[in-house]
Design a protein around this ligand. Sequence first.
Ligand code: SAJ
Length: 422
Amino acid sequence: MLVSDPLPQVCVVGLGYIGLPTAAVLAAHGLRVVGFDVNPAIVATINRGAIHITEPELDELVQQVIGSGMLRATTAILAAETFIIAVPTPCAAPDHRPDLSCVDAAARTVAGVLQPGNLVILESTSPVGTTEHLADMMASLRPDLRFPREALAEPDVCLAYCPERVLPGKILRELISNDRLIGGLSPCCTARAATLYRTFVRGQVFETNARTAEMAKLAENAFRDVNIAFANELSLLCDRLGIDVWELIRLANRHPRVKILQPGPGVGGHCVAVDPWFLVHAAPDCAPLIRTAREVNDAKPGHVVAKIKEQAQRFVNPQIACLGLSFKADVDDLRESPAVEIVRHLATENVGQLLAVEPHIDHLPPALNGTSGIRNVRLVALEEAVRRADILVLLVNHRAFADIDRRQLEGKAVIDTRGVWR
Ligand code: SAJ
């Protein structure tokens, strides 16, 4: 950056599934944006106008805002007017404790360049109290600045929590159209953050406090998890009672106040499968339902494995085609994917020859290749897998799989965990 360059209006910290689209959308709305990431390969890719993730229309937008100079990426943190922190907050094994190390590292990095008048926004899904924790941390790193604690009317630095709520696959659309919750550590923090989001959000912007906004994000994903657990539990009951769960749900949903979600091979991704644990961890005695839902959904891959093994007994060294590895339809994201867990389980137990099909990737993830000692999984094209398979397992409802000519399934054992081929 040249000394004469104006201060970026926004610095987005973390250029992943949320940070990069957010940075690009802000830049497309006329703000000077710099994106910071610790990964030099990601930064180089973005500065070439390319992207490192799969998300519809994101490549064109990034190319456009990099080309216009409104967005650039860096591995060196720069001063800016506003910082948006969008880094991962996984939960750590074995007790699902929230892992805030990336948020803490981001806050330390930002603290080093803070100036009076700055606004810091946390978007990462976080346990209740994290925004207050960041204010405490930054205050101890920057005793020269006043942070918004103890009802300070005009702090030097404002802090707010503004959860992202976008659905992978529809991120660019939902970033703009979804309602947003803005929870500042004080009313003036809330107002400042709300003004920023109103520059690009066409949904409503609701103002609240940081703790409520943090909890709302966790409640939304726990709500979805509990509802999917209900559908998954119904699928087990239906299997036992000889009923087609997909027909059952279709018919039950004809009731005006019933809207049952879809069962599947389990719940994956870095959000719905993780965030409810933040609530359980905060107060285990208050959250038995949320915990049980997590356990029901986490047990689902095991039920699918048991079904496949039952079918496999009919063959000598069967060829098993596993269609889909991502955590849900039409995305390339394999994080916390129940499909990967199922294939890995089959591979570890040497249940036949495994033919994995995943149109969104070029090579198998470490969990399924020689890196983890697994040698009986091959990534193959859909046609080859379908042709060779004795057992066909549909794990992800990718569009490409729905269109398979049903005659190709004839004579094969079929396990359709998503109800696509009914
Ligand atoms: N799933 C089912 N049955 C269903 C719906 C989903 O088995 O009826 C499974 C999916 O296959 C997947 C998992 O649940 O494995 C999660 O998928 P999802 O589409 O429900 O959610 P995510 O993880 O892609 O995005 C969620 C969204 N949260 C809610 O819908 C409440 C999104 O709005 C959030 O922004 C995102 O989490 C996040 O980042 O927190």
